[in-house]
Write a protein that binds this ligand. Structure first.
Ligand code: PA5
Ligand code: NI
Length: 194
């Protein structure tokens, strides 16, 4: 890897990176335990192992000083009444933030701190979201037909801690009620002992 400045394009119409090194695909089968309605999850998985979201990354060393960046694409859909979403995570180095720039679609970022503060911010094209250090984050596609596409940048040494969210979920869930997105309490959520 040469340490020279470089540029790459994002095609604005298709919201796709013109160059990437790594492509991650997350299917329904990799989200066991993440959705609230477990029966709806099992029914859906029996029918099809749908592709829920994809991440395209530019490879950089995972060390302090570097900035990891790429594109996150969450496809439209629901499991029961809960929208397609990313797993969501804290950064392993908790004191690291992240910036998201929304390129396409309609969505929200669900966030929370280990202390129990929470926030849900709207994502739509042209919006920048600043996720401060300590805030776990999950992208949710609330659009009916369109992908939610965001460009992200975070510190190279941040790492991903999925464990806490995998166990308890986020404090808030985004569900569709009477055709509209609604933020509700997650019955499975438990406060972390901090
Ligand atoms: O670092 C980030 O926050 C993003 O690149 C996410 O990893 C991406 O959106 C996929 O989400 P997750 O890592 O929670 O599966
Ligand atoms: Ni992150």
């Amino acid at each position: 890897m040469k340490n020279f400045p470089f540029t790459f394009g994002i095609d604005v119409t298709s919201a796709q990176l013109e160059h990437y090194d790594n492509h991650i695909r997350r299917r329904l089968s990799s989200m066991v335990g993440y959705y609230s309605d477990q029966q709806a999850f099992a029914r859906q998985l029996a029918k099809e192992d749908s592709l829920l979201y994809e991440v395209y990354e530019t490879r950089r060393p995972e060390v302090a000083g570097e900035l990891l960046n790429g594109l996150s694409v969450v496809h439209p859909g629901k499991v029961g009444d809960e929208y397609f979403m990313t797993k969501g995570h804290f950064h392993s180095v908790l004191e690291t933030g992240e910036v998201y720039y929304c390129l396409k679609g309609e969505g929200a970022m669900v966030m929370e701190t280990p202390e129990g503060d929470w926030s849900v911010e709207e994502l739509r094209p042209g919006r920048v979201l600043y996720v401060p250090p300590r805030w776990a984050h999950r992208s949710v596609n609330i659009g009916a037909n369109e992908d939610l596409v965001t460009f992200f940048v975070y510190p190279g040494h941040a790492g991903h801690d999925y464990g806490t969210i995998e166990k308890f979920g986020f404090r808030k869930l985004l569900v569709e009620r009477e055709g509209k997105p609604q933020v509700i309490d997650n019955p499975r959520w438990r406060a972390q002992s901090v």
